[in-house]
Write a protein that binds this ligand. Structure first.
Ligand code: SF4
Length: 337
């Protein structure tokens, strides 16, 4: 799958004062992509339905300067979110971003990466000698636009120079070739989001096939990066055991023996708000959104979500722990939720 090609691009005028803003302007013009400049607010078309605005924003790239200096915290996976990109062109129907980014989930890329990294350095210095961990994919899939921005490349090289910092990000995209020859010093962990063939085919439109994610995972591990697999949402459907067994077997064939892979295992859950948005944007969705057979649970951020019943969760956890222990004896399960 080729890198994301936006249908429309909005560039903030202030972004043209940065080399990346200028470079992107030229590249989009050369490729005949429709580019408009804006000053303060990205123009939107009034009167559009939620669904039309949402789908249009997914194909729109916004190039801008990040002015907010503070970073948001990112517990439990890291100390801070590292703001490089926000939004994602993928159409995973269950995506957690569906509820986070509102009616216009533009794919936003920040041009002032050097300033963002300067700010990161301040956080690192403040916490020394403790190690500070940054998460690069809290509100995006940053690899989806990496071939345009090079932000991950810069960040990985920067983190390699810091003795008290680590960086991690998760992705479904396979365009990681520009990361393979970087000096990373093992301080960046790359996690690939994978799922059963059934889930990928049914719910992950606009994202690369499983095989290309696993191929990229192999390349990343051979390049010496710490590697992780994020399996989620784990969905129970007829034949789920067989399909998830196939997934783990396939992953095993791609990853060299002896590499300590980490696993993050996330069962499917949904909030009432997420259900409403998913059904509005993807009216034919087959994502399981029936409250019946689910348990309502309050999360750490105060809102409730529907998770699988306790016995079903236990059954799934047992299955994954056993399968991973057998196939990846050197693997480590970070959590199962
Ligand atoms: Fe969301 Fe990740 Fe899919 Fe992008 S690739 S739509 S961030 S789940």
């Amino acid at each position: 799958m080729e890198a994301f090609i936006p249908r429309v691009v909005f560039i903030q005028k202030a972004a043209l004062q940065y080399p990346l803003g200028n470079k992107l302007m030229k590249e989009f013009n050369n490729r005949g992509i429709d580019v408009s400049l804006y000053e303060k607010r990205v123009p939107t078309t009034p009167g559009r339905s939620f669904k039309d605005s949402f789908l249009c924003a997914k194909r729109t790239m916004v190039v801008l300067v990040r002015t907010r200096r503070e970073f948001q915290t990112c517990k439990p996976s890291a100390h801070y979110q590292l703001p490089l990109v926000s939004g994602c062109p993928g159409h995973c129907e269950y995506c957690y971003l569906n509820t986070n980014l509102g009616k216009n989930p533009f794919v936003k890329v920040y041009v002032n990466i050097d300033e963002v990294l300067e700010q990161a350095k301040e956080y690192i210095n403040l916490r020394k000698p403790e190690v500070t961990v940054f998460e690069g994919s809290a509100t995006s899939d940053p690899v989806a636009v990496e071939s345009w921005t090079g932000s991950l490349q810069k960040t990985i090289a920067f983190i390699a120079t810091q003795d008290s910092a680590r960086f991690r990000f998760a992705t479904k995209y396979g365009q990681i070739q520009n990361l393979l020859t970087l000096e990373h010093k093992g301080k960046t962990e790359v996690r690939f989001s994978i799922n059963s063939g059934h889930v990928v085919r049914k719910f992950e439109a606009g994202t690369p096939p499983l095989e290309s994610r696993l191929k990229a995972a192999r390349e990343i591990s051979l390049a010496g990066y710490p590697l992780g697999f994020l399996i989620g949402p784990i969905i129970r459907f007829p034949g789920w055991r067989g399909e998830y067994t196939d997934l783990l077997n396939l992953a095993r064939t791609q990853i060299p023996e002896g590499i300590p892979v980490s696993f993050e295992l996330i069962t499917h859950r949904f909030t009432t708000r997420a259900k409403k948005i998913i059904e509005e944007v993807y009216p034919d969705t087959e994502v399981p959104l029936d409250e019946e057979g689910r348990r309502f649970k309050y999360g750490q951020f105060g809102y409730g979500k529907y998770v699988y019943e306790k016995e079903l969760m236990e059954e799934m956890e047992e299955f994954f722990r056993t399968a991973i222990k057998t196939l990846f004896p050197e693997g480590k399960i970070l959590y199962f939720v």
